[in-house]
Structure formats: C-alpha cells, structure tokens
Design a protein around this ligand. Structure first.
Ligand code: NBP
Length: 500
C-alpha cells in the first residue's frame, strides 16, 4: 500500500489530473475499465512526463484498491450518470470503513446527494467535487469545488490544495508559469470546502450556467460588430484583445481574440467564418436553467443562453425560415468607435446581470437545500483555473467582503456604478439590434432583468387581478398591510369586496 491516492477513469480529464497529482509528489494508483487505455497512458507518460514513476497502473480493481494507503482516497473521472454508479458499485466491495470516494465528474448534484447518503449508510465517505478548467486546468491547476463531510474534506484537503490553480492571495491575479513536473507553489489555492453532500456539484453546475451566458454574450458582441459595423473577424479579434486589458479581462475574452484572428488553415479567410453555426451542449446549462425555474429564481439570461444554443441547432429550419420570414435590411453604422464602446457597455452590464443571477440562484438553493455557501470564496475559487476565470471575479469577492448578506450583486457600490454608467450604451445597442433585426437574446434578457429588478412597481397588479378573476386566487392591496388578502366577485363589480 504505497499509493497516496487512487484515480479511476483515464480519459482526457483523468489522465491530466493524475499527472497533476503525480507532479505534486504523490504516488497515484490509476485504473481504467479498458486496461488498454491504462497501458497507453503509462507508455506515453514514460516518454514525456518527469513524474511518470509516481503513476502506479493496475488492471484489476482489487489490487488497485489494496495499493492505496488508508483511509483510501479514490477519485472518479468517469462519464457522469450511470457510468458513475456502475463504477462506485464495482469499487464498494473492496473498500473499508472510512475510505473516501471523490467524484470529480460533472454529476448532477441530486445524484451526488443520493450517492453520499447511500455510501454513508455503508460507512464510506463520498465527496462530490466540481472540477473546472478542461484538460489544461486538470493538468496545471483546475478550480475545485468539493463537498461532503468535513472529516472527509480534511483528509483530501492537502492534495486538493496542492493541485488546484493558484492565484495571488492579495490581487487575485492567476499565477502563471506551470510546466510538466514544475508546479506553482504559494498563493491562494482555488479550492475551498463548499458544504455537505451535493453543494460542490451544485456550485459547479451554476458555474457552467454562467459559462453558457458568458459565452453567448461574447458571441453577440462579435455578431453586432460584424453586422452593424461590417468588421472582419481579425479586426473584431483585436477589439477583444484590447478589452482583455481592462475590466472585461478573462479567459473567454482572451481565447475569443485568438479564435477570431485565426486564419483558415486550408483556404483563404478566417477560420471562424468557416465553422458551422450550430452549437452543442452537454446539459449543465440546461440543469441550471431548469433548477432556477424550480426554485423561482429569475435567471432569465442563463436560460436565454440555453435557448440560443437550441435555436442555433435547428440550422435547416432557420435556412428555410430566412427565405420566408421578413425582417429589416441591416443599415451599417458609421460611428464605429462609439458603437464599439456601446457594445462593450452592453457586454459588461449583461455579464454583471448574468453573475447576479447565478449568485441569486445559489442563494435560493442554499436555503432550499440547507447549505451555507460562502459567495466571496466561491468567486475566489473561480478566479483561477476554470473557464469563467476573470479579473472581475475579484470585484465579486470584494463585494461580499464588504457585505456578506448582499441581496444582489448589482447593489454593491462598484457594480451599481458600472451598471449606471453602462446602461445607456447597452440600451443603444439593443435598440440597434432590434431595429436591424439582429438577434441578441442574451443582451436583451439581461436588460429585461435589470429593468425589472430596478422597477419599484410592475404590472403584476393586473396579473393578480386576472388570477383572482378566473381562479379566486386573492390579492393584496397597496393601501393595506402585507399579508391581508382580498377577493372580489369580478363579473359584478358592484358587489362588496371580501376580506379573506
Ligand atoms: P468522459 O466523460 O468521456 O468519460 C470517459 C471515461 O468514463 C473513461 O474512463 C471510460 O472508460 C469511462 N466509462 C464510461 Br464512458 N462508461 C463506463 C462504465 N459504464 N463503467 C466504467 N467506466 C466507464 O471523459 P472526460 O471528458 O475525461 O470526463 C470525465 C468526467 O469529468 C466527466 O464526468 C465529465 O463530465 C467531467 N468533466 C469534463 C471536463 C472536460 O473538459 N472534458 C471538464 C470538467 C469535468 P473506458 O475508457 O473504458 O471507455
């Protein structure tokens, strides 16, 4: 038993996380259902990885488990869903009381709650840990969102802190410079205990929901520059490069600048113009939107991003519809610099709304599922390693440090000022999009949320009237205390109002 930890599932994420763990000086036992993949992984690691001697390959589960020091820590990086259950069930007969299974896959948090409960009944600890950052993150430092019992976390914590992305503890800036076998030391480690049972996977799910809308908003900014201003891909790419120097600085803005400037390797022009416009999805954005509906959290921008992907996927229908359904002729704008600035406002304000919705959703969830989430810490965990890493997350950490009970991000002084300054340009861009028939679902949904949120009065008075009319659902009155309900016999307004 000389392995410090074990890992099951040697696809792209498992291989990279195993190498990251080995780089930090841990002996790691590895196992994959198909042993051919284990052999290939070890062969390749021997060619190029300085830490390959710390990888201990196994082809049967019994000896894999026996090789790990107790209490055993076994990380799963297998396909989410039934494959995870199959893997857990295969492992359990070999485990002993107090051993810990860590699920690093993109599991649905309700599955994690169920698995944690089932395993606890057998004396086995279960940690659901969100892992973000794709293959590079897994290799050089992901953002890790673990949940389970505090005891299990205490056992896993040193390894998780070692392998997570590192950011400067004061400025929050990501610490760069990783190379195989040369991990970064010091700084704030992008992992913190999130809470019990499914909390970690829940937070990872919301991270992905935010990722969906973050990407959608960037796509809309690109599309408006292309269509309203007639800009070529590389010129737009340079705008993103410039934006990446300021408050919008983030991994997604950075890669967008690169993608837009990429020439087509097999012909003239830019590669982005040759990529088919149908988006795929694996479900985590949809889970976020569905849960927001279930909890009654107003996450319409996150939902809009899921719908936008769905609309993109019906390409043939759209091609047909484009020949039949009328829209305006696009009028190219001449005041380029002013429009680019307004698009930047639209992007930043919408992004703030998107995060406000994500954090508002987590706030509802912690009440519903009995968790105690630390929002400042969550923003800091996302500061490095993950796909939505961005400079502006530091502002979210600062906002919650200033007021841990902040109701909505937009009410923090920094974000209030950003919204107040940007809203005029944001409106101008949406007006132009509408007049020219250019879809901008993300920008528009975010603005509808913003305007709804800042409205002291909404037309829900009429809605309550309608509900009382057809269903006797009752209503409250503006001139009476809250909690006092009334009903009238609507078709006959002359009859007296009833206090119910
Ligand atoms: P996949 O999600 O493609 O899963 C492949 C692994 O699952 C292989 O090891 C495969 O074994 C194993 N597996 C399957 Br498929 N069915 C199995 C079964 N019935 N029993 C046992 N093992 C089974 O790999 P991935 O992209 O590396 O992702 C791993 C996990 O990490 C997933 O949950 C994913 O959602 C999550 N994640 C991925 C990313 C990313 O950027 N890719 C980011 C964050 C999280 P085999 O080799 O024998 O077929």
């Amino acid at each position: 038993d000389n392995a410090d930890i074990g890992l099951v599932g040697l696809a792209v994420m498992g291989q990279n996380l195993a190498l990251n763990i080995a780089d930090h000086g841990y002996n790691i036992a590895v196992f994959n259902r198909d042993p051919g993949k284990t052999r290939k992984f070890i062969e390749e690691a021997k060619q190029s990885e300085p830490s390959h001697a710390r990888l201990l390959p196994f082809e049967d589960l019994a000896s894999f488990v026996l090789s790990i020091k107790r209490p055993r820590k076994i990380v799963l990086l297998v396909k989410a869903g039934s494959a995870t259950d199959v893997t857990i069930n295969a492992l359990v007969p070999f485990l002993e009381q107090g051993d810990i299974i860590i699920d690093g896959g993109n599991s649905l948090w309700t599955d994690t709650i169920r698995r944690e409960k089932e395993l606890r009944a057998k004396g086995i600890e279960f940690i659901g840990s969100g892992v973000s950052g794709g293959e590079t993150g897994a290799r050089f430092g992901p953002s890790l969102m673990p949940s389970g019992t505090r005891m299990a976390w205490a056992s896993l914590e040193p390894i998780w802190r070692d392998i997570a992305a590192k950011v400067d503890a004061v400025t929050g800036e990501p610490l760069e410079g990783a190379a195989p076998g040369k991990p970064i030391e010091g700084g704030f480690s992008c992992t913190e205990y999130i809470g019990p049972d499914g909390a970690g996977h829940y937070v990872k799910m919301v991270h992905n929901g935010i990722e969906y809308i973050d990407m959608q908003l960037i796509c809309e900014a690109y599309w408006l520059m292309k269509n309203l201003l007639g800009m070529e891909a590389d010129e737009i790419g340079k705008v993103f490069e410039e934006w990446n120097q300021g408050e919008l600085s983030s991994f997604l803005i950075e890669i967008t600048g690169d993608i837009l400037q990429q020439k087509d390797p097999v012909g003239p022009g830019f590669l982005v113009d040759k990529i088919l416009d149908t988006a795929g999805q694996k479900g985590t954005g949809q889970w976020t939107a569905a849960n927001a509906l279930e909890l009654g959290a107003p996450a319409n921008a996150i939902a809009a991003a899921v719908y936008a992907r769905a609309l993109s996927s019906v390409k043939e229908e759209r091609v047909e519809a484009s020949k039949i359904l009328k829209g305006p002729v696009i009028k190219t704008e001449s005041d380029k610099q002013a429009i680019i600035e307004a698009i930047k406002n639209a992007l930043y304000c919408s992004k703030i709304c998107a995060y406000a919705q994500g954090f508002q959703l987590m706030d509802k969830a912690q009440v519903q599922y009995n968790w105690k989430l630390n929002f400042g810490e969550i923003a800091q965990i996302w500061r490095g390693g993950c796909i939505i890493r961005a400079r502006f997350l530091q502002k979210i950490t600062d906002a919650y440090a200033l007021n841990s009970r902040l109701k909505n991000l937009m009410l923090d002084p920094y974000f209030t000022q950003a919204m107040n300054e940007g809203q005029e340009g944001w409106r101008k861009v949406i007006a132009l999009a509408v007049t020219n028939g250019i879809p901008a679902q993300g920008f528009s949904a975010a603005l509808a949320y913003y305007d709804g949120y800042r409205s002291a009065v909404l037309p829900a008075n009429l809605l309550q009237g309608q509900r009382d009319y057809f269903g006797a659902h009752t209503f409250e009155r503006v001139d009476q205390p809250r909690g006092k309900f009334f009903h009238v016999d609507w078709p006959d307004p002359a009859r007296p109002q009833l206090d119910v």
